[in-house]
Design a protein around this ligand. Sequence first.
Ligand code: FAD
Length: 458
Amino acid sequence: MSDAPSTLPEAVVRDLRRALRGALLLPDDPAYARTRRVWNAAIDRRPAAIAVCADAEDVAHALRVTSDHGLPVTVRGGGHNVAGRAVADGVLMVDLAGLRGVSVNPAVAVASVQGGALWHDVDVATARHGLATTGGLVSSTGVGGFTLGGGTGWLMRRHGLAIDNLVAANVVLADGRLVRCDADEHADLFWGLRGGAGGFGAVTSFDFRLHPLRQVLAGVVIRPPAEAATAIRLFGDFAADAPDAFCGMLVLAHAPPLPFLDAAWHGRPVVITALCWAGDLAAGERAIEPLRAFGAPLADHVGPMPYLQWQHLQDGGAPLGRCQYWKTASFAGLTDALVGRLADAATALPTPQSELHLQHLGGAVGRGPPDQTSFAQRQTAFFVNMIGVTPWPEELPALRERTRAMYRRLASEPLPRQLPNFCDGDDGDAALVVGDAIGERLAALRRRYDPSARFAVR
Ligand SMILES: Cc1cc2nc3c(=O)[nH]c(=O)nc-3n(C[C@H](O)[C@H](O)[C@H](O)COP(=O)(O)OP(=O)(O)OC[C@H]3O[C@@H](n4cnc5c(N)ncnc54)[C@H](O)[C@@H]3O)c2cc1C
């Protein structure tokens, strides 16, 4: 399908081109068709134009021009958001894909990360110094959206969420002004950036605190669905008292063709316990034993490996270009009823490509000071992500219905808030929806920093 002409007024195109060092892609540009796409192939939107920024000055220029002309914008980081919040029809997209630089200062253990970087960029750069910070489970996830929504990852129980390691950020505001914020300077903006799911400006760089880390004890234990209830209960009990070095995730999926799994199980429903221990390896071996030593696992593939390797091992399971529809729910604990419903889901996933992820918070996340960030879920014990996936666009309406049905079955007693990073388009603005004190403070902050609601398309 050929793309329609841009709806951006000619004067805006002219003003943008006047100083942009990157590229301005209009719909008839050959690069426009692929640049407008995001990770979720179900999102099929056509921005009026795409400003592919080369640096922070480009971002400031693009926002100054849209401000002068009174136009809304979207900001694209890694493009991973399942709701496609980086792209909207008929609106200028400010694409940060040219800002992927990472510079590490090992002397103070801080990484300065540009706003369009992916976790791959950060993990590779920091690993060279034997350092790491909490990043996403899939290395192609953008640092930008991930961090603005809180940022959960394997290291969070030991070192906190991504926002707990954020020490400063440079932000281009809606009117094109570049400001630096940290605990002292623009402290209100810094509070909002840490968990409020964005909408205040385009972050051109994030400074993250780093921690010494080279090896982790990590891997997967795969079980038949008959062991689902036991595996879920054990995971829940273990997670409730686990040391901070431990972070795990229980996955219900159809088995991928893993070389260490008997081929007879490939493509059949299985229960996968993914484990990561970021601490003393011998202590980890002893600590995680209860999660491995029961029933009759189909495969137990756990061992020491570089953290960098573990950070990339899940990439194959989350390829670009499939249609996705997600639901997410948070829980204060795993009741018997919830364990039973989760176990039933092991053999009732919406499609063979779909997965259900049961994850836990706790540890350093729970201890994080509640009022210093806009992340509203410090006390959530568990969250469940229902990852509906189909390769076929025509199957999308049915996928949505089946995933919603699964959500209704599972989430009869969820906490009122959902983690913004995993919300889909029909969940609304997760950071605000609840209307509690944090939501109200965020809404007021957005009005302050973006009074004309330029970033309203989120
Ligand atoms: C395969 C996969 C794995 C994931 N794993 C995790 C995980 O382990 N933990 C977790 O917490 N989340 C995870 N997520 C969710 C992810 O964090 C969110 O989808 C997040 O929004 C992605 O950020 P992005 O920059 O890639 O997305 P984009 O789609 O580019 O942006 C998402 C939102 O953030 C805004 N944004 C992005 N960058 C900037 C910036 N620099 N300045 C201002 N606004 C910006 C955009 O405008 C948009 O509103 C995962 C998602 C996927 C698809």
